[in-house]
Design a binder for this molecule. Structure first.
Ligand code: HEC
Ligand code: HEC
Ligand code: HEC
Ligand code: HEC
Ligand code: HEC
Length: 434
């Protein structure tokens, strides 16, 4: 059996390439050997699986995993990385977003021009279910053995079209972590830290897995009864394959209303906002806002937080309903008030500037996120203009992209992207009089 051991080699070479920005000729030469790559067609088309695994196929085909490659927001960012690094990032980004292409020698070239139909379908059934091991829990360390044996959480099902084998790995968070943990190969900066964060928090310690929350139909730890295949056994819990996260904006654009609804529910299940207002002797409203992560097994936001945005919106209205204070509302050009309180992460680049370009990350420049089962506190001091009864409205907001990122990606695509909206994750209201 061939074992896909590409990554360590790439890591080294990408290092070289990133270091000098020009070492990439060496990189391409060695990558060209493709020694761990399987023949084209080695991984099966998800349409084949759909014949018996109808529900699972339906769920997966509307998941972000199915769009990991065929996703214009990703593609623009990937293209910019390619241009700015002379192609050094191709085999970093590619293997996670188009694993079948990377494993069948269709990547490079980076633009997907050699992809067959299966490679187009992102993180698909046969990639995940033919994994036999992990070499590292970051930067896609999966070991593949494509073929007749499909590996999963049971191994006791009827063998019809394929053989089934129990795989403990598929029941573990590490299986996800190998892609949901991205380390910059040259600088060592954690680009995505979802897995390590989980591993070190209470969820990780209690082994409440990614699968428990993201492979069930509702937020929180859930289950669903049913059959995993048309001719399969009736089970008390069948793994749900929608992998919902926060991608309301992209899902709405794709016309996946049910997925968009589930994503909204995930975002709403993640956090609560609590207010403790107090008016001081000098007519100042001292507003303490606590944002608590009650539902996510990792920080919020997590993942590519450097292109996403989470922030607080606060408004204070007087008895006549007039706004006397506001923070975190939209300003011109669909941007968020730059003075708002933001929960996100940004990198610093070579010039010491804050950046959302992952490939330029030399270090972490800004990191304010809300850890699992913890809260972040912000105190607002607001001068009250006159005696009145005041209403305070606070909302925790989420966007899949910052407006600045959308504009950067539009520049690469040379076309407009769908208008960016915001999702309310939580809200709280209070009243004070003075
Ligand atoms: C001809 C029907 C058929 C086709 C086609 C099919 N499967 Fe299956 N598969 C089954 C049946 C039946 C089971 C057993 C389900 C049960 O009893 O829970 C199963 C079980 C599985 C399991 C569960 C393994 C475990 O843990 O027990 C996985 C994973 C799986 N199939 C993956 C795939 C993939 C990937 C494809 C497409 C490449 C595919 N199947 C195509 C019928 C099929
Ligand atoms: C206790 C339940 C729970 C566990 C355990 C959990 N998550 Fe989440 N996850 C959530 C919720 C709720 C959200 C929605 C909030 C958000 O998007 O930040 C979320 C969001 C996400 C997102 C989308 C982030 C974004 O906004 O782009 C990713 C990716 C993700 N989780 C991956 C994982 C991985 C990988 C693991 C395991 C290492 C994991 N999750 C464990 C509940 C959980
Ligand atoms: C991102 C990787 C990934 C993808 C893509 C994926 N699966 Fe799975 N699948 C898993 C994991 C992990 C489990 C086990 C979850 C658990 O332990 O709770 C699983 C479980 C299953 C099971 C067993 C369900 C049960 O509970 O008995 C079947 C059958 C299955 N998958 C088929 C498919 C098919 C068909 C597709 C494509 C339409 C697919 N999977 C796509 C990771 C994946
Ligand atoms: C082969 C790499 C790979 C594996 C394995 C993998 N993922 Fe992902 N996952 C991705 C990529 C890439 C994306 C982003 C796709 C996009 O938005 O274009 C993603 C996105 C997600 C999202 C975000 C969805 C949203 O709405 O924003 C969740 C949740 C998620 N994965 C959960 C999981 C869980 C749980 C597992 C393990 C059972 C897992 N993933 C395994 C690569 C992987
Ligand atoms: C080790 C696997 C891995 C590597 C390497 C990787 N990504 Fe990702 N990428 C992910 C996962 C997992 C997500 C989903 C996280 C989330 O939803 O927040 C993601 C999400 C994204 C998204 C957001 C897509 C969306 O629909 O919102 C963009 C853009 C992106 N990646 C760009 C890149 C670029 C550019 C590179 C290379 C410089 C890269 N990624 C390398 C795993 C990876």
């Amino acid at each position: 059996m061939k074992r896909a051991k590409l990554w360590p080699m790439f890591a080294l070479l990408v290092c070289v390439a990133f270091g000098g920005w020009s070492g990439f000729a060496v990189f391409s030469a060695v990558a060209g050997e493709k020694e761990q790559v399987f023949a084209a067609g080695s991984f099966e088309d998800p349409e084949v699986c759909a014949r018996c695994h109808r529900d699972i196929y339906q769920e997966w085909s509307h998941s972000m995993h199915a769009y990991a490659w065929d996703n214009q927001w990703f593609r623009a960012d990937y293209e910019q990385a390619h241009r700015e690094t002379g192609g050094a990032t191709d085999m970093l980004c590619g293997p996670c977003h188009a694993p079948v292409a990377a494993r069948t020698g269709q990547l490079p070239p980076h633009d997907g021009s050699e992809f067959d139909a299966v490679s187009q379908r992102g993180v698909s059934c046969d990639f995940c279910h033919t994994v036999t091991g992990l070499e590292q829990v970051y930067n896609m360390g999966h070991v593949s053995e494509p073929g007749r044996v499909k590996r999963g959480p049971r191994g006791d099902g009827r063998e019809m079209y394929h053989a089934v084998e129990f795989s403990e790995l598929h029941t573990r968070a590490e299986f996800c972590g190998s892609c949901h943990q991205v380390i910059h190969p040259a600088t060592g900066v954690a680009i995505i830290d979802t897995y390590q964060d989980w591993q070190n928090n209470e969820y990780g310690q209690k082994n409440i897995r990614c699968q428990d929350c993201h492979m069930t139909p509702t937020p929180g730890v859930g289950q669903r009864r049913g059959r995993a295949a048309t001719m399969g056994e009736n089970r008390s819990n069948v793994a749900f394959h929608a992998f919902s996260g926060g991608s309301v904006y992209v899902q709405e654009f794709l016309g996946h209303r049910e997925q968009a609804r589930m994503a909204r529910e995930m975002l709403r299940a993640a956090a609560v906002v609590e207010l403790s207002p107090r008016v001081t002797n000098d007519a100042t409203l001292e507003l303490t806002v606590d944002v608590r992560n009650v539902g996510a097994g990792h920080k919020i936001p997590t993942g590519v937080t450097y292109i996403r945005k989470m922030w607080l919106q606060v408004e204070v209205l007087n008895g006549a309903g007039e706004k006397v204070y506001s923070s975190g509302h939209l300003v011109e050009g669909n941007h968020v008030d730059p003075e708002a309180v933001f929960f996100r992460l940004l990198f610093v680049d070579e010039q010491g500037e804050l950046t959302g370009k992952s490939w330029r990350a030399q270090g972490i420049g800004y990191d304010r996120r809300i850890a699992a089962n913890s809260s972040e506190r912000e105190v607002y001091r607001i001068g009250l203009p006159a005696r009145s009864d005041y209403t305070i409205n606070t909302r925790l907001m989420y966007r899949s992209f910052s407006q600045a990122t959308i504009e950067r990606l539009e520049g690469i695509l040379d076309k407009a992207l769908p208008p960016l909206g915001s999702v309310e994750m939580a809200k709280a209201t209070a009243k004070v009089s003075y």
